[in-house]
Design a protein around this ligand. Structure first.
Ligand code: AMP
Ligand code: MG
Length: 341
């Protein structure tokens, strides 16, 4: 279980709900834990160390932890509950694991028709399109038809991938800001916000806490962290331990920013000895085969989340382009070529 180790520090694991394996990439640390555990069954917990109140729930298939510094625990608990409610609304808008989410219902609608959508869905689509353009298309949440194919089949055929790729691409999806509407050109398109949704939710939850006066707070969506002002007894910031799994563990103190990691360390498919990351190259429809671990520190958690996914696709070749597009973002990439190739 995530737990307080000493005031101002806590251990946070990155976990995923599927694929059988999880990897810890970020730990706000007093000590390091490798969370090789599945998402726990308990739906919530509360823990207090002096004035730092810790709350956790399962959200978006991950363990989400909120920490708030406050004099009053009941008031902090109410604020945390409102933040969890916000995250639940975001999940209902964006999830591609729920057939009844707004995004899944939208994409079952008619082609060539404008559909009005919620502010949340529209904002994430606009942000996604912008990141897509600035990353040369590496970040692409329109590739749901492909990610769902990989979820369903151990090794899709080339023909299946070609058919799925025909239902991918921002050129087939149109946004109208004036009417907050979306139109798409192909039946069977699916939006997969797996590369941005948790960061977006972490940022929105932190912003909500700030608007309620809780400026000393952090939100961790299972590895995508949004950090507010530093805890009183840690003026340098929240201590975050970065565990890439590729031999470059380190810890940093951060405040008023976001950090995210991305990589295939344990989230991958394996077929006939070849390992494919869960992160897909939108140009080919195949998972990335080079092992990459990306750590991104950015002013905003959705940007951090999405850039981490994009750089996982681009690797060394594309990193300078992304750095130039996002000068206020710090990006670190560790690469290991795949053995046995
Ligand atoms: P992350 O863990 O943030 O790197 O996001 C990985 C998830 O994003 C995957 O499990 C897919 O749901 C989705 N995804 C995979 N490839 C891409 C891509 N090229 N662009 C955007 N999202 C992707
Ligand atoms: Mg990401």
């Amino acid at each position: 279980m995530t737990h307080a180790s000493k005031q101002g520090t806590l251990n946070i694991g990155r976990s995923i709900a599927r694929g059988g394996a999880i990897v810890l990439c970020l730990v706000i640390a007093g000590c390091v834990h490798n969370h090789h555990a599945r998402v726990h069954d308990e739906s919530s917990f509360t823990q207090t160390t002096r004035n730092l109140h810790h709350y956790a729930r399962i959200c978006m298939g991950s363990r989400c932890t909120i920490v708030i510094e406050a004099e009053s625990e009941p008031a902090a608990a109410r604020a945390a509950a409102s933040a969890f409610d916000e995250i639940a609304c975001i999940e209902q808008a964006l999830s591609d694991y729920r057939a009844d989410s707004e995004s899944m219902r939208l994409m079952r609608g008619s082609v060539d028709t404008w559909h009005t959508v919620s502010e949340t869905l529209f904002e994430v689509l606009e942000q996604s399109m912008d990141i897509h353009n600035r990353t040369n298309g590496a970040f692409d949440p329109t590739l749901g038809a492909v990610t769902h194919l990989w979820r369903e089949s151990s090794m899709p055929s080339g023909e299946e991938l070609t058919r799925a790729l025909d239902r991918v691409g921002f050129s087939k999806l149109h946004l109208d800001q004036g009417t907050r509407s979306v139109m798409f050109d192909r039946n069977g398109m699916i939006l997969d916000f797996g590369g941005i949704g948790k960061g977006y939710a972490a940022q929105r939850a932190l912003d909500l806490l700030r608007s309620q006066g809780y400026t000393i707070a952090s939100v961790d969506m299972g590895g995508d962290l949004a950090l507010g002002d530093p805890p009183s007894n840690h003026p340098d910031g929240w201590r975050v331990e970065i565990i890439t799994g590729l031999g470059t563990n380190r810890s940093v103190s951060l405040a008023n920013c976001a950090i995210a990691t991305s990589g295939d360390l344990e989230r991958f498919y394996e077929y006939e000895g070849v390992r494919y990351s869960h992160i897909i190259d939108p140009r080919t429809g195949y998972g990335i085969r080079e092992r990459r671990a990306v750590t991104v520190i950015a002013p905003d958690a959705s940007i951090a989340d999405a850039i981490a996914s994009a750089v996982s696709v681009l690797g060394e070749d594309g990193i300078e382009h992304v750095r130039a597009a996002y000068p206020d973002v710090s990006i670190e990439l560790v690469t290991r070529s795949i053995e046995g190739d």
